[in-house]
Design a protein around this ligand. Structure first.
Ligand code: SF4
Length: 368
């Protein structure tokens, strides 16, 4: 969105140390023409934060006649506009009366149109986009990992057509873009039907439309580097591993493991085991020895015992991730885990596990 605004001639209001509980927030509200809140709904805390923005907006803006045009974007809006809303758009509007427009993640391209309708467009001709571009190849997710709100907030998994994607990339190449990142909740299943993708098991030799798409993009001469994010382990087939050998494929890959214990993985509905994950990483490193691997891990999932947590620690030690995004489990309203499982690992214990695994990831020595 920042890229679109830049292309439309907007200038960023640079505010170092911006936080919504500081004077900087007041400054932004009083000095901006357009204010976009890019909300996250993955954790309850971040969703609540969005609702909490209203009070200061009301207080601050009484001092000024012209308020900025406020757009509530991101997954809180995505959830309300989806086919599986947890909070309807009407309810959301009631909770966020200060917002003037609502854009879900799949509607970002509508930003110029929304601004144009309000006569807020400073120029009509987009500038060159720069050298890096992000391209959504699919939206939504059907995996229903039991802790995750994305299937509700972003709706059903829908793949964009190959024709559309390639046309967009070719147009970007014409604007000097050399590096692209293909984005989707799970890029591996791009172009597959639900029935097809859930038949795939880790280590399968099945051909993937996504691997073919990467091969086609690789042939576009103006493109120098291709990244993609995110990949699930369960449908990372040998066909995709083979593509990693292509020279323009970036040297980083993100595959979320979430836990190193098979019972917890099952309770998370992750469709892969710890052993399958380790064997996948081995094959990836065999195909591309220098590749960097990143992951996501949740600690303190309901009923996770210390022993089960230590299985995750063991896996981390074995795999040696280059990057790991670590999070303490928090129940998200409407998810299967929130409905059926008690959040029974105490906050103190979750914190302890988080601190412990953080040290392991960093390679620091810890007392076991
Ligand atoms: S695959 Fe990712 S986005 Fe989809 S439900 Fe699981 S964690 Fe959420």
């Amino acid at each position: 969105m920042a890229g679109i605004l830049d292309a439309l001639g907007y200038e960023e209001l640079v505010v170092p140390n911006f936080r919504t509980d500081t004077e900087e927030y007041k400054y932004v509200l009083l000095n901006s023409d357009v204010f976009i809140i890019n909300s996250c709904s993955v954790r309850q805390k971040s969703e609540d934060k969005v609702y909490g923005l209203g009070k200061p907006i009301k207080e601050i803006l009484t001092e000024r006649n012209k308020k900025p045009f406020i757009i509530l974007a991101g997954c809180v809006t995505g959830s309300a506009k989806s086919e599986r809303p947890r909070v309807t758009l009407k309810e959301l509007q009631g909770k966020t009366e200060w917002a003037d427009a609502y854009l879900s993640p799949s509607e970002i391209f509508r930003l110029p149109e929304v601004l144009s309708k309000k006569n807020l467009l400073k120029q009509t001709l987009p500038k060159t986009e720069g050298k890096i571009a992000y391209i959504n190849i699919s939206y939504g997710c059907d995996n229903f990992c039991t802790y995750c709100v994305v299937p509700y907030s972003r709706g059903k998994e829908v793949s964009r057509s190959e024709k559309d994607i390639l046309a967009e990339i070719n147009a970007l190449v014409g604007k000097d873009v050399e590096e692209i990142t293909l984005c989707g909740q799970n890029v591996n299943s791009w172009g597959l039907s639900q029935a097809e993708k859930f038949k795939i098991r880790v280590g399968s030799k099945q051909k993937l439309p996504f691997a073919d798409l990467l091969r086609k993009i690789h042939k576009i001469s103006g493109i120098k580097k291709i990244n993609f994010i995110s990949s699930n382990p369960f449908d990372f087939t040998e066909d995709l591993i083979d593509v990693l050998k292509l020279p323009k494929i970036a040297n980083y890959i993100h595959i979320a493991v979430q836990s190193g214990n098979n019972e917890i993985l099952k309770a998370m509905n992750r469709r892969h085991t710890a052993e399958e994950f380790i064997s996948l990483v081995k094959k990836i490193r065999k195909a591309r020895p220098e590749i960097e691997i990143g992951t996501d891990i949740i600690v303190g999932f309901p009923n996770e015992t210390k022993k089960q947590f230590m299985d995750t620690v063991k896996l981390v030690k074995k795999v040696k991730f280059n990057v790991a995004f670590l999070a303490m489990y928090s129940p998200r309203k409407g998810t299967v885990a929130q409905k059926n499982l008690k959040d029974n690992v105490t906050r103190e214990e979750k914190k302890r596990r988080l601190a412990y695994i953080t040290k392991i990831v960093k390679g620091a020595k810890v007392n076991e």
